[in-house]
Design a protein around this ligand. Sequence first.
Ligand code: BES
Ligand code: MN
Ligand code: ZN
Length: 490
Amino acid sequence: MTQPVEINFTDNAPDKIAEHQGRVALVLTATDRLPGKLPRPAREAASRALASKAGQALKPGQVMELAFPAGMEAESLLLVMLPHDATQPEARRAGAAIGAKLGRGHMLVMAGAHKLSNDVALGLALRSYDFSAYHTDRDDADDAARPHVTFLVKKPEELARVAADAAALAEGVFFTRDLVNEPANVLTTTDFADRLHAMEEIGLEVEVLEEDELQALGMRALLAVGQGSESPSKVVVMRWNGGGDEAPLALVGKGVVFDTGGISIKPAAGMEDMTMDMGGAGVVAGVMRTLALRRAKANVVGLVGLVENMPDGKAQRPGDIVKSMKGDTIEVINTDAEGRMVLADVLWYAQERFEPKAIVDLATLTGAVIIALGHDNAGVFCNDDAFADQILSAAKSEGEGAWRLPLGPSYDGLIKSRLADMKNTGGRPAGSITAAQFLQRFIKPGQPWAHLDIAGVALPPSATDLAPKGATGWGVMTLDRLVRDQFESK
Ligand code: BES
Ligand code: MN
Ligand code: ZN
């Protein structure tokens, strides 16, 4: 997997900052606070830059780059503004602004006594993600060519513990991004399950349920989606047991490794993006990785439904009626509304087997959520106001956009079927809500549950604050925070 850049913290200033090759970044709490260790000509240049109009306009988290600073061997000097009272998301954005300019070689970050240095480092690591597995001209095998970063801080030993947690978080996010960025000829259901199984090495319990077992469990809705594919459908269960005998939090993910739409086939334009339709499962996997790496004191079970939605002689048809594991029947109006059929069975199985304290499902479920919220916010649906607030506040403190949308019985009419208990689409109006309403049919009364529609945020069309263009890993930080704040014994 793509490894986060190596970051070390030290209070040991190199004797000669002037001789540092590569880049030097200064984290500044105010425009007139330049560190004394900077060689004088560079200090004067930086001082003038900061006094300029552009310098004065620098906002928290923004960066200004001085190329080939006088009196230094460095390629560039990066000035990034971060007031003492900055928020965590601002500190991560400041780090990200530096991380976007990491390049190759060694970067020295002079962070002084800033109390958010750890968040700066996390932002730097997240933004410098580079998925280059298929660029044959890049020689990543060459370790010497890999960039590395030294943070010059006042109290490195105080940072050590939080830095380890941040590294676990970055690794979880990178795991999710890699999964989402992988093409579907590589990340088949089998390859995906293998990558999850390999997480036994870091202490997760991982089970892979194969088609015959899914059949025996009665997961006919999930199997119906995958029946047109050469790749076998699978459900993977990942357990992290760090919380004694508490009932677990269950995380459920949609893992459609490729969504052609099936017989209700999608238009050609943009179909290549449907490699990301396993994004929900990717986030669940990334969170589980982080929890294991940081040895969280909580019980969390991650369940993902891995299928491929293909048109084929064996594929399901519009008009088919299938019986879910729960027993409710579904009329398939549109084979492209496949995610909810996968989730229906996995959600039911999660409740039957684990009796979870709460459930969060994540899915790139509807195009309609992009029409509603664009690429800035995921849609949050929840049957419990207190739980919804916990999720929204976790997202807010991690700086990930999330916005609550309604559920309600008045939408049920839209998915009423003449022939079966429900149909799998409700037409264009309120498309994300009817999808959520469909999922809720598979949630037991009294079971706290939230559904996060991440279709707009998993793979946005351009770079974000903390990610280069491509997969963002949206949700790993929010769910890790939710576990920390609500499910972990202190
Ligand atoms: N995977 C798609 C949703 C999607 C669209 C994700 C764009 C990311 C970007 C989902 O399976 C789907 O096709 N949904 C349909 C539902 C419709 C047929 C009711 C949609 O949104 O058009
Ligand atoms: Mn679809
Ligand atoms: Zn889909």
